[in-house]
Design a protein around this ligand. Structure first.
Ligand code: PGA
Length: 240
């Protein structure tokens, strides 16, 4: 595992964008699993700027949605799919035909998760996963406890995630209680993983992620066993 410590959030975002741009230059049709959340947004803005300046052509990437709240349609503004579209897919000019949703509104979530995994396999697996770090160590919506062998599935949000997502929803009582998430298996098998982590509030969970025992109680700790992980953290997060 490689750790790159940047002096602040903007620098971290630029470095993450630069690394990602290198990977895209090597493999312009890579499969990508891009996280939502606040942390990767600076990186995505930096990527959009590079694309706008003609320095990056990410238009042929194939995108797999990382996670989604249950009960929201694709066009719902609050959906994670919508967020991924606005922040990553549209600014980089990726065509809808190259995007695989993980639907939170499927009549049969189990079948939808199985079909998603099948599509990941048919695409040759995930080349690049861009991950944020949940305050409770979740990756995507693999809430604790999640084991390294857990597949793409329906999960219930932990009370901690309901609290941390409350501000996005205008109150904790409005946060959906369930979500679907790419499995730990899908994430951990990614050929390259970029984990972006910012801010003091992530310091202790980052320490557990990097130095703690590998345990389902901290799903992100399994990154210690993944093949090719680069952690990009700012100094506020990486100070221990
Ligand atoms: P954040 O979310 O980037 O908004 O901190 C991370 C997460 O909960 O996965």
């Amino acid at each position: 595992m490689r750790v790159i410590v940047a002096s602040n959030y903007d620098e971290m975002s630029e470095q993450a964008a630069a690394l990602f741009a290198e990977l895209v230059a090597e493999n312009p049709t890579a499969t990508v699993l891009p996280a939502t959340g606040n942390t990767p947004m600076g990186m995505y803005r930096a990527l959009a700027q590079r694309a706008g300046r003609g320095e990056l052509d990410a238009s042929r990437l194939r995108v797999f949605q990382l996670d989604e709240y249950c009960g929201l349609g694709q066009d719902d503004y609050r959906s994670l799919f919508g967020w991924t579209q606005r922040s990553f897919i549209e600014p980089l000019g990726i065509s809808a035909a190259n995007v695989t949703r993980l639907p939170g509104d499927a009549a049969n979530p189990e079948a939808a998760c199985a079909s998603y995994e099948q599509k990941v396999i048919e695409s040759g697996g995930i080349d690049i996963a861009i991950l944020g770090l949940g305050p409770n160590g979740h990756l995507g919506f693999n809430e604790p406890p999640s084991d390294r062998s857990d597949p793409t599935r329906l999960i219930s949000l932990t009370p901690e995630s309901i609290v941390s997502n409350g501000p996005y929803w205008g109150g904790e009582d409005r946060v959906p209680r369930q979500a679907v998430t790419a499995g730990m298996t899908v994430i951990l098998a990614a050929k390259t993983i970029l984990l972006v982590v910012s801010g003091k509030s992530k310091r202790s969970i980052l320490k557990e992620t990097l130095q703690g025992p590998t345990t389902p109680n901290v799903p992100s700790s399994f990154l210690q066993q993944a093949a090719n992980v680069t952690v990009l953290a700012d100094q506020d997060a990486y100070r221990f």
